[in-house]
Design a protein. Structure first.
Lengths: 164, 684
């Protein structure tokens, strides 16, 4: 991201998680999957919702609700966004489970405003800021912070998981 | 640079492996010129590259061997077993040096031996002091003055002098002066009449012999050169006089030459450290040097060369291929519904192709067992000499292919078995002669396919295992009771018990029985098994049965609620149905099986699945190293061929599963790791 200039237009994927809208750069997204059955992994960290088969590879799916202190609504359909993450020795693919992918939005880097540190009940470092598009506030995610590997691995083992 | 060093090390190791093979052959056919040349060539190649990468010791050592084999080549030395021995010795030292081990003592000993036994005056040992080394390097640079005057009709011979100049510039750094004699060179080139003389000053690490090689297509009259020693022109030969002619006297020429080489000196390091170029070039020169036979030989080995591909790339390919298989299966389902015959045919064809594709991709991981067996040749030779036994070592089925990881895992177990066979199986030559056997003992290692498995068998025609002795020892050590009646096969399995040995005097090489348990354990790590057949006085057959590959295993599919789990079929001993009341209404989690109380784990409980009572449960008895455990599940779905896939970095703290498998329907199933599941601490 270092070579991005302030007035470059960047495309973002705008998605909904609970009652909030988030955006991640299109460059990082590989695929958006609808209607997918996850395979649950017993005794895994609470942040991992399960695994799925993505182009012949086993890809972990992150529970974004858990990560953002939101409630997972079992009764709605979910979507999975597969993103590319730089890992120690190569690229790694990780799935994000979200409510719905809305659309692709476009804004300049300088449009990103500093997020208020009030009224947010998740880790502030998860977001780079917010943009105001048609008077809708969209949080710009810092995907690498959200998918911090050691956080994900160290998360407490989930017990309720298999009930879903 | 590091990556160049690594590739040098790899290459040197490959060369050495080839040399080892050649030496063993050479010992049998001491007059085979081709093999001698090949040994010389290997030493030469290693010498050339070793210096470039700072392996000074290797460079000096190979230099000695190059000289040694040069003498053999020229019939000044005979191929003796002593010579072969010392060369093997050298190979070991070179290998140790490549692995960066400290072998200073061995090295000195070797140089001394070379010096004493093969009278090398020039044996120099590189000091470990780096300063001395770099000095050494400078002194190894040789400066040559070359006069190159090709014949007028050189072009008609199909030779372009420019190529020769280019070759020279590749083996070192050089400065060239053109004496066109009135006609510009480009005109000479187009009119195909060469009247030019070149004056070439070359700084290189190579020998005069290598320069001769560059000019191998030219007559003696067409070129000449001399080496400048300490800045002085060596002697006043006719050739030197020709050189002087262009200058006003010897002093002027010496000055001129020295000033040129001074400018060349700083460049040589830069130029010579382009490893790829130099190496390739050296190979060219060398192959030119030998007769057609050798060339054919090289071409032949080249045809069989392998390329190293990182296993990550292969895994990626496998991923894609299995995905293709899954997609094709999905497509087939749709086609069935549509009932379109044409579509169906096409898909069937596609399916066939993808399956073939998948098999081919899986084969990429396989290597011929011969690569391992050939390593044993050397060890068998050394061992038989050490133990004073005569062994005829035969290898069969070396083209049988097996997963590289498995091959690596069975190396030491196999070596152990071979050692046992030579040390305890085969009799001494006199003993054999007395009982009417051939003096030379037969040791055979064969490999073949058996279904999806690979079988490797080590056979010897020695004295066999003394079963009475085994029984005696077993009673003595309390493994069995005196009155127990055991079949031969049962007695033989005792050999594989830890610490079991019948040998009173454990030799340096092996003590029969000791370590057989280790062999067995190593084998079971790669899902292999071991069987022993023996006949008193006739010999012993030891049979290893191994899976072709580790990435595909047969598994049993278990179901609890909606979740599917896989467990390696090899670990499963028995399955049966049991009433829940029998299982759970006890204070301890144990179940009776074959008069044994077997601890069980309910996967439903373990993995916090919804608490639901079934009337009946399925019990799977797992047998791991003669320890039984049981799993309680809802249902046994069936057998399944499983391609094991890693769960990935986020599951490093997840010990229950050794991987996952993508099933035909595209869904994932997790593979249970029974090692962890039945770990005593976890059970408690």
């Amino acid at each position: 991201m270092s070579n991005i200039k302030l007035n470059d237009k960047i495309h973002y994927v705008n998605f909904r998680l609970g009652s909030e809208n988030f955006a991640i750069p299109v460059m990082r997204v590989l695929e958006i999957i609808q209607n997918c059955t996850l395979t649950k992994v017993p005794n895994s960290s609470i942040y991992i919702r399960g695994v799925l088969n993505f182009r012949g590879e086993i890809v972990p799916v992150i529970d974004m609700y858990e990560r953002f202190n939101m409630k997972f609504d079992e009764n709605t359909n979910k979507m999975i966004i597969i993103v590319d993450v730089e890992s120690t020795n190569n690229h790694m693919h990780i799935g994000l489970i979200v409510d719905k992918v809305m659309d692709i939005i476009e804004f300049e880097f300088k449009d990103i405003q500093k997020a208020p540190d009030m009224g947010i009940n998740y880790d502030l470092t998860f977001i780079d800021g917010f943009v105001d598009i048609n008077s809708q506030f969209i949080m710009v995610l810092n995907i690498d912070k959200v998918l911090n590997k050691s956080d994900l691995i160290e998360g407490a083992a989930r017990i309720d998981l298999m009930k879903a | 640079m590091d990556e160049f060093v690594a590739s040098f090390i790899n290459e040197a190791k490959e060369l050495i492996a080839r040399l080892e093979k050649d030496l063993l052959n050479l010992e049998k056919n001491p007059d085979n010129k081709e093999l001698i040349n090949s040994a010389f060539r290997v030493m030469h190649t290693i010498k050339g590259t070793a210096g470039m990468f700072g392996f000074e010791n290797i460079q000096h050592l190979t230099h000695e061997y190059e000289n040694l084999f040069d003498k053999v080549r020229k019939d000044e030395l005979k191929v003796t077993s002593n010579l072969i021995d010392i060369t093997f010795n050298g190979i070991d030292v070179i290998q140790a040096l490549l692995n960066n081990e400290n072998v200073a003592i061995e090295l000195t000993q070797l140089f001394n031996r070379l010096k004493n036994e093969f009278s090398f005056k020039e044996a120099i040992i590189a000091e470990n002091n780096p300063k001395v080394e770099s000095k050494n390097e400078v002194s190894r640079i040789k400066n040559y003055c070359i006069l190159f005057k090709p014949d007028k009709g050189i072009f008609e011979r199909g030779i372009d002098p420019e190529n020769t100049l280019e070759e020279l510039s590749e083996i070192g750094v050089c400065k060239t002066f053109l004496h066109e004699n009135g006609i510009p060179w480009t005109d000479q080139k187009s009119s195909k009449k060469c009247t030019t003389t070149w004056e070439i000053y070359l700084s290189t690490y190579l020998e005069a012999f290598d320069i001769e090689n560059v000019f191998m297509f030219f007559d003696k009259e067409e070129y000449g050169f001399f080496q400048l020693i300490n800045g002085v022109i060596p002697e006043k030969s006719a050739f030197v006089r020709q050189f002087i002619k262009n200058y006003s006297g010897l002093t002027a020429l010496t000055e001129h030459i020295n000033s040129i080489f001074e400018t060349l000196a700083p460049e040589i390091d830069i130029a010579v450290k382009k490893p790829g170029q130099i190496k390739a070039n050296e190979d060219d020169i060398l192959s030119d040097d030998f007769e057609k036979q050798t060339q054919q030989n090289i071409a032949h080995t080249d045809a069989n060369t392998t390329i190293n591909v990182s296993s990550v790339k292969i895994d990626e390919l496998l991923n894609l291929v299995s995905e293709l298989v899954t997609s094709t299966a999905g497509l087939q389902n749709h086609a069935k519904r549509l009932k379109d015959i044409n579509l169906f045919d096409t898909i069937e064809n596609l399916e066939k192709l993808t399956k073939q594709f998948r098999n081919n991709a899986l084969n990429l991981r396989l290597t011929p067992v011969g690569t391992l067996f050939n390593k044993f040749k050397r060890q068998v030779r050394d061992l038989s000499r050490e133990l004073k036994k005569e062994v005829d070592f035969i290898i069969e089925g070396q083209d049988t292919e097996i997963d590289k990881a498995i091959l690596k895992a069975i190396e030491s177990p196999l070596m152990h078995i071979i050692r046992n066979s030579i040390d305890h199986g085969l009799e001494f030559p006199e003993e054999r002669a007395n009982i009417g056997k051939d003096k030379q003992g037969l040791l055979k290692i064969i490999a073949f396919y058996s279904g999806a498995n690979v079988v490797i068998q080590v056979q010897d025609d020695g004295r066999g295992i003394n079963l009475d002795r085994v029984k005696e020892c077993a009673i003595q050590k309390g493994y069995i009771q005196k009155e127990e009646k055991l079949s031969d096969q049962e007695l033989l399995t005792l050999i594989m018990e830890p610490g079991f040995t019948t040998s009173e005097n454990v030799t340096m090489v092996s003590g029969r029985g000791v370590g057989m348990d280790v062999v067995k354990r190593e084998l079971s790590k790669v899902s292999g098994s071991l069987e022993i057949d023996t006949e008193k006085g006739l010999g012993t057959y030891i049979t290893l049965k191994l899976p072709t590959t580790l990435s595909i295993i047969d598994t049993l599919m278990l179901q609890v609620e909606n979740s599917v789990f896989l467990i390696p079929l090899l670990e499963v001993e028995y399955c049966f149905q049991e009433k829940s009341s029998v299982l759970f209404d006890q204070s301890n989690s144990c179940i009776r099986y074959k008069d044994e109380m077997v601890p069980f784990i309910s996967l439903r409980e373990k993995f916090h699945l919804p608490d639901k009572k079934n009337e009946n449960e399925m019990v799977v008895i797992i047998n791991k190293f003669h320890q039984r455990y049981a799993l309680v599940v809802d249902k046994i779905v069936g057998q399944q061929q499983t391609v094991i896939k890693n769960l990935g970095e986020l599951f490093v703290k997840q010990p229950y599963f050794s991987g996952g498998n993508i099933m035909v329907d595209g869904k994932l199933a997790l593979i249970l790791d029974s090692n962890y599941l039945f770990n005593k601490n976890v059970l408690a």
